[in-house]
Write a protein of this length. Structure first.
Length: 707
């Protein structure tokens, strides 16, 4: 076929742009990705490596625990965290764990580039676009560059989703369901594509998806154990659903983050919202459902044409990204699918003006824009174009689906009414639960301490004279900080290769004060004296605890991720008398230590939920009937023990009378209160709370619990 001069110009322009973009990728993106472990590859790699090495991974979602294991393996990434990644998705890195971290990333980058070859073939087969134009769609996608730089997962994810769509078009329904199940096991939001199978009564795809999903879950549990999956299902997934799995006040890409920024106050992260109103924030489920509902209701069971199926598939993919509570720039590489589908349709109809608009919208969705550094009020709605552009593109897809809507069909009408009623009920329930939660969360703010050094996470708070000492986590790592004592205050932003992950200090009546810190250096956790950090007191140990008289030191020593409580008498490096306080059958998480005859600890036995054990003069390591509990803290006078009890997905503070065994709840709030520590008066607690923040990124609060 002979091309017109205009078509030749367009084709050569496309080739020239593609050449320049490929040149940019080869000269800038790939060298940048190749030379360093930019987040997020280390998250996947470290989790898979722990499982491959046979470690107990039940605590791998805890920020400091995973940071410690990362440091022990010399993974060259400053900070690391697994929230909200699913355990199953990390298994993709399993074959690479025998390689050094950076070498493994090199292999992953090459694999990601290789995935583009079948992707282009599948997209051409489905849409009829030329390879050149499909390659151009990938080349102008800034999210693709982010995937390569960060070593992210989404090139593989879009391959799974596109392959499932291709399989469905060719009536390989079982394969389509299985591929979507694997995608959903890796990143939860593809589960929305099961609605497509359900609406179209594609039972083979649905059954195959359910069976494959269960098989994927079984494999994940077999590798990582059940406890870490309990943590994911009961804690991480719910917080992800309401937009607080990661810092929620960055208003760039989701309904959740914009509404957090505009309507919810938080003393440190968002003290001056545009309008402090939990009621306005509770409209989040309404906006999400209004965005998603047309994608569900416009699915036409009786129309099996290629165009209709591709548009419906594209609508669900786009809607799932638009309502996501934790969207990141690299997620939007998935938009290649709907953009190719729309571009092919617009080209066939000769709608070149709309095609130009589509390309502008597509580039704008992927273009990275930093969050504003200062409050901008309602102007924030104009600052980040990604969300409105996503909604505009989604509206275009809905319009095309509506233009080709089916004739009245009684069965289909009944189905739509049923779906509409179910979604309305879900919205009403979610609005009321969200409003109740956000109002209750703010009760905790009255106890919050206005610390000078505010990191993302402030943990293990303990009294320090007139001030507070705690571990803070910033982008520079983990640092021990003492506030209200200027002569010993530490700058947490100091760039040091070592992490301070836990510490202990002597009680106020012991002079001079001793401060011991767990410092991870040279692939080892070492307990050192803050005043003389070059002198190692205990090697290969974590969570130091001084006795009440400051004459002995308890600590936890790990063996393949399982902790054992130990004690040492004396503080010289060669001190003798080190012995175990707990049997190897118990995996000790944390402890509170007053003496060798009086201590408490939380531990897991044989994969059961964690519980608190007590050792006193009358008993030896007896489990207390406190249910699922952690973070015991015995008061300085020995009369009380504070701890965190887990109920309905939340850790709240409780108090136990050590004389009578009676327990009482300290707080009943829909957010976590963990790591309690007593002040010297044995009446007041310091503790960490993530109320109004994201999961386990705790601030420090002080609460008097004994009259």
């Amino acid at each position: 076929m002979t091309l017109s001069p205009d078509h030749r110009i367009i084709r050569w322009a496309e080739r020239g742009l593609l050449f320049l973009l490929v040149l940019y990728v080869c000269s800038h993106t790939l060298p940048r990705a190749w030379r360093s472990l930019i987040t997020d590859f280390p998250n996947y790699y470290t989790a898979a490596r722990l499982a491959h090495e046979g470690f107990d991974t039940s605590r791998m979602y805890e920020w400091d625990w995973l940071q410690r294991e990362k440091d022990h393996r010399a993974v060259d990434a400053r900070v690391i965290g697994l929230v909200p990644i699913t355990p199953f998705s990390t298994l993709v890195m399993w074959p690479l764990t025998r390689l050094a971290p950076l070498t493994a990333k090199h292999v992953w980058i090459l694999l990601s580039l290789a995935f583009l070859i079948p992707l282009c073939w599948l997209l051409r087969s489905m849409t009829g676009l030329t390879y050149q134009r499909i390659a151009l769609a990938f080349a102008v996608s800034v999210p693709l560059y982010r995937n390569l730089e960060f070593g992210q997962f989404y090139v593989l994810l879009i391959l799974l989703i596109v392959a499932a769509c291709w399989a469905y078009l060719r009536k390989y329904y079982a394969w389509a369901g299985a591929l979507i199940a694997i995608a959903a096991a890796c990143k939860i939001f593809p589960v929305l594509l099961f609605i497509f199978f359900l609406q179209r009564r594609s039972w083979r795809a649905l059954i195959s998806g359910v069976v494959t999903g269960l098989a994927a879950a079984a494999v994940s549990v077999a590798v990582f154990g059940w406890n870490v999956h309990r943590t994911y299902l009961h804690e991480i997934l719910p917080w992800t659903m309401h937009g607080e799995a990661l810092p929620p006040y960055i208003p760039v890409a989701s309904f959740s983050s914009v509404l957090h920024y505009l309507f919810l106050s938080e003393p440190q992260w968002n003290p001056h919202p545009w309008h402090d109103s939990p009621l306005c924030f509770a409209l989040l489920p309404v906006l999400q459902m209004l965005t998603l509902a047309p994608a569900v209701l416009l699915i036409r069971r009786g129309d099996n044409t290629r165009d209709r199926i591709l548009l419906e598939w594209s609508a669900l993919v786009t809607a799932s990204l638009a309502i996501s509570t934790v969207p990141a720039s690299y997620n939007f590489v998935l938009m290649v699918l709907p953009v190719c589908v729309l571009a092919a349709k617009l080209l066939r109809h000769g709608w070149y003006g709309w095609l130009a608009a589509l390309l502008v919208v597509y580039f704008g969705i992927g273009f990275p824009i930093a969050a504003p550094h200062r409050a901008t009020g309602l102007l924030v709605l104009l600052y980040g174009p990604r969300l409105p552009l996503m909604l505009a593109l989604l509206a275009g897809i809905y319009l095309l689906l509506w233009r080709d809507r089916p004739a009245r069909d009684a069965v289909q009408d009944w189905s739509r009414y049923a779906w509409g009623a179910a979604m309305a009920v879900a919205v009403v329930f979610t609005v009321f639960s969200t409003l109740h939660r956000e109002r209750a969360v703010r009760q905790e703010y009255a106890y919050r301490l206005p610390l000078q050094a505010q990191g993302f996470l402030n943990a293990d708070a303990q009294p320090a004279g007139s001030g507070v000492r705690y571990i803070t986590f910033t982008s520079a790592g983990y640092r021990l900080v003492t506030e209200n004592q200027p002569e010993v205050w530490n700058d947490p932003s100091t760039d040091s290769p070592d992490d301070d992950l836990s510490f202990t200090s002597s009680l106020g009546n012991v002079q001079p004060e001793k401060v011991l810190v767990e410092r991870v250096r040279n692939r080892h956790s070492q307990i050192v004296n803050v005043q003389d950090p070059s002198r190692v007191i205990v090697d290969d140990a974590r969570n130091p605890m001084l006795s009440a008289d400051a004459q002995s030191l308890a600590f936890v020593r790990d063996d393949r991720g399982r902790g054992q409580l130990m004690v040492r008498r004396g503080f010289e490096p060669a001190a003798a008398g080190e012995s175990a306080l707990t049997p190897s059958s118990l995996n000790v998480y944390e402890a509170s230590f007053r003496s060798e005859k009086e201590y408490a600890f939380s531990a897991v036995e044989y994969g059961r939920p964690p519980q608190v054990y007590l050792r006193d003069a009358m008993h030896e390591n007896i489990p207390l009937a406190l249910g699922e509990s952690r973070y015991p803290a015995i008061s300085p006078d020995g009369r009380w023990m504070a701890y965190s009890h887990f109920d309905q997905g939340i850790w709240n503070l409780w108090l136990r009378n050590q004389m009578t065994g009676a327990t009482q709840r300290i707080a009943d709030e829909p957010c976590n209160q963990i790591q309690p520590g007593w002040e010297d008066d044995s009446k007041t607690l310091l503790y960490g709370t993530d109320c109004g923040r994201n999961l386990w990124f705790t601030a420090v609060s002080r609460r008097r619990v004994i009259p």
